[in-house]
Unconditional design. Structure first.
Lengths: 171, 470
């Protein structure tokens, strides 16, 4: 066997071995749980030279939308934070329970002194109507001006106030 | 103020996917690499594709496929990396052992000592199959890892028996770590490490509050009460006894190190690590000063090249030279002279062959693969919801990590050499079988840990529990 072939195979083998390690690390990276944060608008403006990364990052949500998107007509499709430090953040509503609070595993992690660690949750009932429920928070959850005492259906566009944060459901 | 900073982020929940297809893809990759290595070694050694290439490739692929199907059925949410990495290491080990079987030097040496030379690779393939069979068995029979918690004290007794048994069998190669039953020899220490991890996690889960909270603060350290020191003293004494009567440095280190790691994880008290290091240092120095076998190992570690002058065993010296001649990219598979190590070249010293033929780059890759297994184990422990599962996952990955460190450190001359085998790579039935069982338990724990929690059911009686406010 020629010297050249063996050298190529030797270096090729090392390359393949390292490729495996790198792919494994990539698997770990994509394996992190929790919420997926996608940059809209500003990312496109800020990093025009990375269209591929943008594409990859934004690829999964549409797929998910497909699976959970069979809502009623006029049902809200997203939850928008309209006041507070997280203003502008949106969460797509796809039939999953959304938890709010200061706990790190919440869907929306509130950085707010008036919020409890597990403050409230928003979930669809069996008919697809979105319900907000206070989880025994200290300072309460307000829908419009009323403090919640019971799981309550959320009208479209009604402000839900938690501490300094206001969220609402939009189409 | 807050409204001036407008976020432009969308949050969507990424549910825990089962990742079985990722595992399958990685597994295919993990089977192809050893086949490539096999072809490479064959071409370098004899200028032709090795004859057994198809059967080795198919054998490994079959084992991996069976493992994958069983994981898919019985642990659908398990970690996607543990099985592929274990398969890759096992396959690489098979290639390296096969490559050392082809060595004329090792064959001559074996014929001079035992009159016969039998290749180890076919045996290793059988052991790997047995290992995967045990892997499958554990996944099918162990419905929930928490069942192991019932056997806390039974596993203590079993582990002690396994550790003590070798004392009654004749020493082989200077250490009493084998038990021989009708031609077969087993290293019970390999199995004992799993059983001990079960015992420690069951024990510490119950006792950790007493160990963690009842302590006095002294010079920044939390000193445990005297009576809480009891267990650590007992384990320390046990590991010293193993060292003295079985002259087995590796198992002793593994046993004690595992306990200290698990104590630390269970109680979050740094003082245990300080105590553990002090006690193991005292114990090791004490035993090394009067036990000739251990002393010999320490001398060989301090001056490995003395063997060429005084004529002792030159294994460590040869291993160091193998690493040196490998350089950064290695000599290529089948083109090194690591067979000069002679005895145990394909078991305890197999890392030297990796070092010579794959070089620094390859050795780093292999060590990273071990690191990834340990990382996945620790990640599993973090994700596990029950304290027993957390401790068990930490214990098993710590045992795995300590074993890799002890062997690799010994072969590279970092610490005195001990009689342990590189998990999955080295030739040796007990080691391969036990480590497949270890990976199976980790996979089972990770399956439970990553299984999506049942969603909090939307309350159906929302209308019934109205609170009427004035």
């Amino acid at each position: 066997m020629s010297e050249l072939t063996l050298t190529v195979m030797r270096l090729g083998f090392l390359a393949v071995l390292w490729l495996f390690v790198i792919v494994a690390v990539q698997v770990i990276r994509s394996d992190l749980f929790g919420t997926r944060v996608t940059q809209r608008g500003s990312a496109r403006r800020g990093a025009p030279d990375r269209p591929q990364a943008q594409q990859r990052q934004s690829a999964p949500p549409p797929q998910r939308q497909q699976s959970g998107g069979r809502g009623r007509r006029g049902a809200p499709t997203k939850l928008v934070v309209s006041e507070g430090t997280l203003t502008g953040t949106t969460v797509a509503l796809q039939g999953q329970t959304i938890t709010l609070g200061r706990a790190h595993d919440s869907t929306i992690v509130l950085d707010d002194d008036y919020a409890s660690s597990r403050h409230a949750r928003i979930y669809p009932d069996r008919d697809g109507q979105w319900i907000v429920e206070d989880l025994g928070s200290t300072n309460g959850t307000y829908l419009d001006r009323n403090r919640l005492t019971t799981p309550t259906p959320i009208p479209l566009g009604a402000p839900i106030r938690i501490g300094k944060t206001v969220i609402e459901l939009r189409k | 103020m807050s409204s001036s900073t407008t976020n432009t982020t969308t949050i969507s929940t990424a549910g825990p996917p089962s990742r079985r297809n990722t595992e399958l893809a990685m597994l295919v990759f993990a089977v192809i690499i050893p086949v490539f290595a096999y072809a490479n070694a064959g071409l370098a050694l004899s200028d032709e594709m090795p004859s057994g290439m198809l059967s080795y490739g198919l054998g490994l692929g079959l084992l991996a496929g069976v493992g994958h199907l069983v994981v898919r059925k019985f642990a659908p949410y398990a970690d996607p990396l543990l099985l592929p990495i274990a398969t890759l290491l096992n396959g690489l080990g098979l290639v390296l052992i096969w490559r050392l079987d082809q060595s004329r030097r090792l064959a001559d040496r074996a014929e001079a000592v035992d009159q016969v030379f039998s290749p180890s690779a076919p045996n290793q393939l059988i052991y790997s199959a047995l290992g995967v069979a045990l892997f499958v068995g554990v996944l099918i029979l162990l419905k929930d890892h928490r069942l192991l918690q019932r056997y806390t004290y039974i596993s203590m007794v079993a582990a002690l028996i396994l550790l003590i048994l070798p004392v009654f069998f004749p020493a082989r190669f200077g250490a009493r770590i084998w038990i021989t039953i009708g031609g077969f020899s087993i290293q019970p220490g390999e199995f004992a490490k799993i059983i001990i991890a079960v015992f420690f996690s069951g024990y510490l889960m119950v006792k950790r509050d007493a160990l963690a909270l009842a302590s006095r603060r002294f010079m920044g350290l939390y000193l445990p009460r005297g009576r809480d020191l009891g267990p650590i003293l007992v384990v320390w004494g046990m590991s010293i006894l193993i060292l003295v009567f079985e002259t087995d440095l590796g198992t002793s280190l593994l046993f004690f190190g595992l306990f200290v790691v698990m104590l630390y994880v269970a109680t979050e008290r740094t003082s245990w690590i300080v105590f553990g290091l002090l006690m193991s240092a005292v114990g090791a120095v004490g035993v090394a000063s009067f036990e000739p076998h251990v002393q010999q190992r320490v001398d060989a570690w301090l001056d490995p090249f003395a063997a060429f002058k005084t004529g002792g065993s030159d294994q460590i010296a040869q291993a160091l030279m193998a690493f040196g001649s490998g350089g950064v990219f290695g000599t290529g598979l089948g083109q090194g002279n690591s067979d000069l190590i002679g005895f145990a070249a394909n078991s305890d010293f197999i890392l030297a062959t990796v070092g010579e033929e794959l070089g620094l780059a390859g050795t780093m890759g292999v060590l990273l693969l071990y690191g990834l297994i340990v990382e996945r184990g620790v990640r599993t422990a973090l994700a596990a919801r029950d304290p027993f599962g957390k401790l068990l996952a930490i214990g098993l990955s710590a045992a795995f990590a300590i074993q890799v460190f002890v062997v690799a450190g010994g072969v590279m001359g970092l610490i005195p050499l001990t009689g342990m085998t590189m998990p999955f790579i080295a030739s040796g039935g007990s080691s391969v079988i036990a480590n497949w069982a270890l990976v199976a338990i980790l996979i089972k724990v990770s399956d439970t840990a990553r299984r999506p929690a049942p969603a909090p059911a939307p309350t159906t009686d929302a209308e019934m529990t109205q609170v009427v406010r004035p």
